[in-house]
Design a protein around this ligand. Structure first.
Ligand code: ZN
Ligand code: ZN
Length: 136
């Protein structure tokens, strides 16, 4: 069981599945969400994730062209979940919200073409200039 919460604790979640993929994303939107850095994202089957608490859903079209729903805690502002409208069977969880961030082992870095020159990108894991192929 993987568990996590927002900064203030108003939103909690439990996951009864292993991550499908774990990646860093340097797309321009993620730089806004992660205070200038890449976001660290874990993808899960959406039916394995149970969420308690109220979230605000910010909708926008990503650089990939997908219409995205990015959900955050309205009390503390922590970004927690992301999902593509045309891929509702997948949910992305932001790694900063995990009770145990040590479970992350990054398998790739995406949208590296949008990263600033000072970004540190691990040379030992796969890179994608933009959107990688769909995972499932
Ligand atoms: Zn909160
Ligand atoms: Zn991104």
């Amino acid at each position: 069981m993987i568990e996590g919460r927002c900064l203030c604790g108003a939103v909690c979640y439990k996951v009864e599945a292993e991550p499908l993929v774990m990646r860093a994303c340097w797309c321009r939107v993620c730089q806004f969400l992660a205070s200038g850095n890449a976001t660290i994202n874990l993808a899960f089957p959406s039916d394995a994730v149970t969420i308690t608490g109220d979230l605000t859903d910010y909708q926008s079209t990503a650089d990939s062209g997908h219409k995205m729903h990015r959900r955050f805690c309205p009390a503390c502002g922590t970004h927690m979940f992301s999902a593509a409208e045309d891929r509702p069977h997948l949910i992305i969880i932001r790694a900063g919200t995990l009770d145990d961030p040590e479970i992350v082992n990054l398998q790739g870095v995406i949208w590296t073409a949008s990263a600033p020159h000072w970004a540190h990108i691990d040379p030992d894991i796969p890179h994608f200039d933009g959107q990688p192929p769909p995972i499932a």
